[in-house]
Design a protein around this ligand. Sequence first.
Ligand code: SF4
Ligand code: SF4
Length: 577
Amino acid sequence: MLSHLNTFFPRQSNFRIQYNFSKMFCFQCEQTMDGKGCTVKGKCGKSAEVSALQDLLVAQLKHLNSIVHHAKENDVKPVTTYSDHFNLEGLFATLTNVNFDEKRFQKYLEKGEKLIEFYLKNGGEKLKSVLHENGIQTADFSYSKPLKDLIKTGKEYQLDLTEEKRPVIFTKELIMYGLKGGAAYLDHARLLGYEDTSLYHYLSESLQKLSLPVSEFTLESLLEFALQTGNWNLSCMELLNRANTESYGHPEITTVSTTPVDGKCILVSGHDLRDLKLLLEQTEGKGVNVYTHGEMLPGNAYPELKKYSHLKGNYGGAWQDQVKEFSKFPGPILMTTNCLIPPPKNYSKRVFTRSSVGFSNLKHIENDDFSEIIKMAKKQKGFKNTKKLALKDIIVGFGMNQTLALADLIIDAVKEGAIKHFFLIGGCDGAEKERNYFEKLAEKTPKDTVILTLACGKYRFNKKDLGVIEFKGNKIPRVLDVGQCNDAYSAIQIALALANAFDTDVNSLPLSFAVSWFEQKAVSILLTLLHLGIKNIFLGPALPAFLEPSVLDVLVKLFGIRPIGDVDEDLKLMLKK
Ligand code: SF4
Ligand code: SF4
């Protein structure tokens, strides 16, 4: 597919960054220390011990899926879905700002060991001899031990940064992070009862492939693998889109209040719409209001969620502001997925975690019973004297169905020159001041342009009055909120529909992409955009530390990917399209 790639890859890397990784090494997210890697403690708050346990869990997942691969090839029965589910929960727990709890990782490792033993038992001597031939360990595992021993073993799995191996090792990591992101989306879909064995198969086979030594890969083969992973992630997002919309209806244009009302309250953050639904069901008629936070904001637009009158709107903004916002929230907080900041003592007793999220001493809700959190809400102060507050509303609900219902109007507006350009400005948010770029860019976009936005990066500008485009008696909002990060699927469908309407391709549309990335779901979305051949993406605030220069060089040459720079200069370039 990409045989022309070999013309781009230099044979020698000029990568000369010096690493000190005596305690830990992690560079999977944008906030990584000095743009190189966290080596003592994670900037996210992850300890060196948790980092080691995560490294060991990822190594175990590769080991397990190598065994599964050979078991399938040798027709060992039964091959179960347990390991597929374990792949999802294990990978999800290693995403940035998800799980900081050593004991939870110990439990994951014990579970993984049981799965390995299950396959070995069912495969018998036949499977063992195949595994031996392939150099795969079949005895004396290190996954079920006291914590301190697990941490010690985990340190042995720190990334190998031997200079000559870096280009391949780093690109394998790029793929691993893409897989982590897609696994998170598959896990959300699974919880709603939507599963696809072919997507599980790809994940399992990819984990197996990533267990192979560096010598098995070339940069060309890895880039092809990365783009295939982008394709796979598109299907993961499509499955989740189907799961969400078939469960809760298609998002509708909805004005969301950000002004709280008097009364007892619970805040729900993260991305899991199913948890929001369960909480709304269980709080109905109990005198407790529910508010969304962060990436849960789009939940207000789904018919089956917005129908609850005690869903009172959204409180606060993006994840990085949670310490300030959670401290002030007068009720308990349910953290369904990322991004969790280690909570300080002043509110940690009010935080409950779900699914893969974990932090020692926070209450984790395993089953679907939220009675404890509701009980706490009733004991907390709740909001009082809110009448004097009058905060700005947010308009959400421009998922693909809703936006495509307006397609004729939008296409007419483009043809008659009322809309001159589209921007996709979105992705993750974060604390760095450089992320102001996305806010300034949105503010500076001309008045006859439309901004599609998604994920928590939208909080940079979703309360600003960027106006409407008046066209034939209609007012088209200039900012269309497509939804959560996984709703990149919706944004892609909107772009494809526009391209189709103008009988062209996405790259030829007057459409520019400015993507803010933070963690591994954003990596998987970036791989999806590249798989679709989308060019000239402006990426920031910093480029990923795991993009080795020779690989970045190829991405620049093939896809025109570029770091964000000066807002005015970039805007000029974008509008040249
Ligand atoms: S997840 Fe990000 S901040 Fe946390 S340790 Fe890894 S690179 Fe550092
Ligand atoms: S969009 Fe990204 S940064 Fe924002 S809450 Fe979700 S995972 Fe975290």
